[in-house]
Design a protein around this ligand. Structure first.
Ligand code: G3P
Length: 232
């Protein structure tokens, strides 16, 4: 499963890239507005930092406007994916952009029937929002299972991008189901790394290392270099 960072914050994106943790980025108007920067400049910079797909959402309400914005976004960088909402107009725009070979991420998906129509319109990704379903006492992860079955039944090539991910269990379950991608905020990505036993284990190893006499703690062994040279 690929991991995307759901953020438009350059500090977070650079940090996650430095861990080798992310395959792409997703943004939306709420995330972009938090950054208070020139929008196109921000988008271009994100594309330069991340070697993978970067989703940005159209904000028009009609299909023609969405398609026009989508063309502008995709002209910025080859890694741009255009986000269109799961409305009638969004599906029309998706169909149009897909016919022009522009990749579309159909977003704000909350039901299997919506996901079916996104695939039929030619979506490259569909983004089911699982956290927001959990928020209203629905089972977000059940939606991922349903979409997975439907897409497999008919061999739809649309990839399932699990969105509105809130915690590590969402990520693990999405991977177990076989979702193509999970996108998550920086805090959730960090939480995937943390384990108390890792911290305790590391502390113990380092304490034990201190027991070695100072003179024996030289980590740079002068003989290793000469040995390597001799072998060559
Ligand atoms: O990718 C969609 C995501 O940004 C929504 O997350 O936590 O606002 O439901 P959330």
């Amino acid at each position: 499963m690929k991991i995307f960072l759901d953020s438009a914050n350059l500090v977070e994106i650079k940090e996650a890239v430095s861990w080798g943790a992310i395959d792409g980025v997703t943004t939306n108007p709420s995330l972009v507005s938090k950054e208070q920067q020139d929008f196109f400049e921000l988008l271009r910079t994100i594309c330069e930092i991340v070697n993978g797909p970067v989703s940005m959402e159209t904000i028009s309400k009609d299909a023609a406007g969405m398609a026009q914005e989508g063309r502008q976004f995709s002209a910025l960088h080859p890694n741009i994916i255009v986000k269109c909402p799961l409305t009638k107009e969004g599906l029309k725009a998706t169909r149009q952009l897909a016919s022009e070979h522009i990749r579309v991420n159909v977003t704000l998906c909350f039901s299997p029937s919506q996901a079916l129509l996104a695939a039929k319109a030619g979506a490259f990704y569909v983004s089911p929002f699982i956290g927001r379903l959990d928020d209203i006492s629905n089972d977000g992860m059940q939606l991922i299972r349903q979409i997975k079955t439907i897409y497999a039944n008919y061999r739809f090539p649309t990839q399932i991008l699990v969105a509105s991910v809130r915690h590590p269990i969402h990520v693990v379950e999405a991977a177990q189901i076989g979702a193509d991608i999970a996108t998550m905020p920086f805090g959730t990505l960090e939480a995937l790394i943390r384990h108390p036993l890792t911290d305790i284990g590391l502390e113990r190893f380092l304490k034990d290392w201190e027991r070695l006499p100072q003179s024996a703690r030289n980590l740079i062994n002068p003989n290793v270099g000469s040995l390597a040279k001799a072998v060559r």
